[in-house]
Design a protein around this ligand. Sequence first.
Ligand SMILES: Nc1nc2c(ncn2[C@@H]2O[C@H](COP(=O)(O)OP(=O)(O)OP(=O)(O)O)[C@@H](O)[C@H]2O)c(=O)[nH]1
Ligand SMILES: [Mg+2]
Length: 306
Amino acid sequence: MEKQEQSRSVLLIGVQDAGKTNFLFRFWLSLEAGDGILTRAGLPLDIDYLKTGADHLLKGEFAPHTPQDVHDKTEIPVKTTSGGHEFLGSLVVPDLPGEQVLSVFQTRQWSSEWEDQIRSGCGCLLFVRVDSPELIAPLDWMNCPGILGSPMPEVTPETDQAGKAKPPTQVVLVDWLQFLRKAFTERVSGTYKPRVGIVVAAWDLAPNEQKASGPEAWIASNLPLLSQFIQAGDDEFEFAYFGVSVASGDLAADAGFKADYLKGDPRRAGEVVHSLSGTVETSTDITLPVAWALGFAPATKHGSTD
Ligand SMILES: Nc1nc2c(ncn2[C@@H]2O[C@H](COP(=O)(O)OP(=O)(O)OP(=O)(O)O)[C@@H](O)[C@H]2O)c(=O)[nH]1
Ligand SMILES: [Mg+2]
């Protein structure tokens, strides 16, 4: 059995409103419940941040947007003894506001806080969220004539508070993958293949017909540039897709669901849809995407239809 005792990180990357914070708080509840691949192995230093956040989910509400001035550097003692891995150590999962992710894209510079996390054994989770108003999608010019019967009309781009056009989310994320590749090559090695989980948050909001095909197909139809980059880049990263729902329903818009959720066991809610064994399946282990990013769950099996 491979035994490791050290500090590892998983970076949560996504623009505003992508579901990072709610995932982190549900992940913490899941570590505490102790039923998943990863479990808690002590108390984090910044327990207040996690506890206050998790209280929102326990009260049946989503946690709010992370303010610009929050520089959370959550460090949680965790352990696993799953699948031939034995790990006891500290897991750094920084929860930064999406504005910072966007600002790295805009200024082409990142802080030493980001840089310091790029090390061997570090994994990444890239977040996008179903139905997010912050998911900026350009009109697909290739399909436009087919859909609209005419070439692409003039569109007014969405703008930020300063009146600057907001970049399409998939362009930001593809750029981030390129920053990450460069940083891993410089700081670890050119042959190190970091694990990058693509997390589609608020999976409960995906239309039913799209749910059956899983998060990979959702990304292919909603963020085609990102999907193509992922397909072309599988020698540079190890990718897997996860559809995550922190409550298994919409606490904000569905009062009936919220009442049932509160009557049940809010400490153990949420689910993850993935295809790690080659077909779309649902797991109640919310630690799975993080465990996978750390290498504690097997890589995706491809070609199950052969
Ligand atoms: N239905 C549903 N909505 C969700 C889920 N997760 C997040 N949301 C919604 O998405 C919003 C944004 O989620 P956050 O976790 O704050 O997103 P974030 O990436 O941390 O955003 P910033 O802090 O702005 O960077 C929440 O306020 C919820 O309304 C989910 O599993 N299901
Ligand atoms: Mg946040």
